[in-house]
Design a protein around this ligand. Sequence first.
Ligand SMILES: Cc1cc2nc3c(=O)[nH]c(=O)nc-3n(C[C@H](O)[C@H](O)[C@H](O)COP(=O)(O)OP(=O)(O)OC[C@H]3O[C@@H](n4cnc5c(N)ncnc54)[C@H](O)[C@@H]3O)c2cc1C
Length: 390
Amino acid sequence: MTLNVLVIGAGMGGLTAALALQKSGHRVQVVDRVPELRPVGAAISVWSNGVKILKALGVGDAIEQASGRMDVMAYHDQDGTPLTRFSLRPLYDDVGQRACPIARATLQQVLLDAVGPANVTLGLACVGYQVNDDGVTAEFADGSTRRADLIVIADGTHSRLRERALGRAVARRYCGYVNWNVRVAATPDLAPLDQWVQYVGNRQRVSMMPMSGDPATPEFYCFFDVPLPIDTPNDPAGYRDELARHFAGWAEPVQRLLERFDPAAMARVEIHDIEPLETLIGERAAILGDAAHGMAPDLGQGGCQAMEDAWVLARTLEDAGDDVAAALRAYDRARVERVDEIVRRARQRADTTHGADPAATRAWYAELAEEDGTRIMGGMRKTILGGPLG
Ligand SMILES: Cc1cc2nc3c(=O)[nH]c(=O)nc-3n(C[C@H](O)[C@H](O)[C@H](O)COP(=O)(O)OP(=O)(O)OC[C@H]3O[C@@H](n4cnc5c(N)ncnc54)[C@H](O)[C@@H]3O)c2cc1C
């Protein structure tokens, strides 16, 4: 049966859901409160599980073409001493798909073009919805309403609508560190152009990841992580000095990066997650993406899990025919445990990297010096192969 579906939120979760549902033959409208889609943050690594879904939806080749080649992974300590370096090829061969680090704006544009801009209304904030006998009626800040058979709640980590669906408030939890991220022209004096290079020490981290598909204009997606109290003052004009203080004495390539980034193009995020939810559905409502499982970015899985949600929702609706409630129950069964595990692992990874227990962080640094790639790629393989497309 063809359903009328209303998706709230045109981030990567909402747009992937819209695309997956359109491909199943449903009529989909997407609404976002912002007048212009300008993703916060420089870039994102779409790991193989996410890319497989984008490929199945017909946009994977465009994503692959526009993304960076990240063939090798390396860690150094803060002085620049190499800890480990290994090829990611065995992982990609095993799971059947490489990772695609890509500019957020490019990913958003590819998804928007595929969904069709005419199906997306911008500048319209959803303030609530009512469930009626035969569907839902969403209410908007301008006083208008829209009716649908199903509402997809993809309004991000600060979601207001998930509380309506769940009937309870959901609190975000500060993960204890701040992330600054930015794109920088890639040059070999920063890092080899095909390598994801990270520097770790003192519970902090610097990362440079190749992210451009155009060899003429190579770029790194760079970030700095620093454990800090919540609500530390945020002054873009002071980013360079502030980061130079946090990373004083670190290796030469880190010092070059500190001189080169454009503070005006930088995003700063106090990293939060939410406790795994007991259910990802309400009556006539599917919760999806960060609204359903805001997580620490330390596994690079938040967006990939949103893509998995989207794929699974479309499959469960197909399988359940016109029984929306049965489809939602199947979606819930398929996703709750998967995202619960990933939110917890991401939190654990964030804690270890950023010194929640300093002894565990020191032990991790020692482990990295012994790492030949087997353990790290084993974790990635498990995450990727646990997805709906294997
Ligand atoms: C520093 C950092 C690095 C990350 N790195 C990675 C990575 O490498 N790989 C990865 O997979 N993930 C990564 N993530 C996670 C990823 O960014 C998120 O999981 C993803 O953006 C979530 O997409 P979403 O569509 O669910 O939410 P969002 O992108 O937040 O989109 C929600 C949309 O809903 C709209 N909205 C909100 N309220 C309303 C309303 N009331 N009415 C209408 N519209 C509304 C908003 O305007 C927004 O456009 C990272 C996150 C961070 C912070």
